[in-house]
Design a protein around this ligand. Structure first.
Ligand SMILES: [Zn+2]
Length: 104
């Protein structure tokens, strides 16, 4: 009788463990697919319609050519062709903000 109880409890803990293991496995699989989908959404992160400037304030490239990064400044959304252009802009944001060519 005692042995039966032990076997039952071992069986139960095994089921519990495998359930937990499966759940963990599913969570990991989900995380994997999420990471795999990331670059896809990344490439269409920003569009010219989402920003207020007409041209990249640092290099002068039209935002319609593609936006890699944006910054919120003085209640405006400013788009840049690259992170480097944004970083350059932010080095002297106040001065550079005055030179931005806005959309008409
Ligand atoms: Zn640029």
């Amino acid at each position: 009788m005692k042995i039966k109880l032990i076997i039952t409890s071992i069986l139960f803990s095994f089921i519990f463990f495998s359930c937990d293991h499966i759940k963990q496995h599913l969570a990991e699989a989900k995380k994997d697919t999420m990471q795999m989908e990331m670059p896809k959404t990344d490439s269409v992160k920003y569009t010219a319609a989402m920003v207020d400037n007409a041209k990249d304030a640092t290099c002068g490239m039209p935002v319609a050519a593609g936006i890699e990064d944006t910054v919120h400044y003085n209640n405006k959304v400013i788009g840049f062709c690259s992170k480097e252009c944004k970083d350059d802009f932010m080095k002297d944001a106040k001065k550079n903000f005055a030179t931005i060519e806005w959309k008409k």
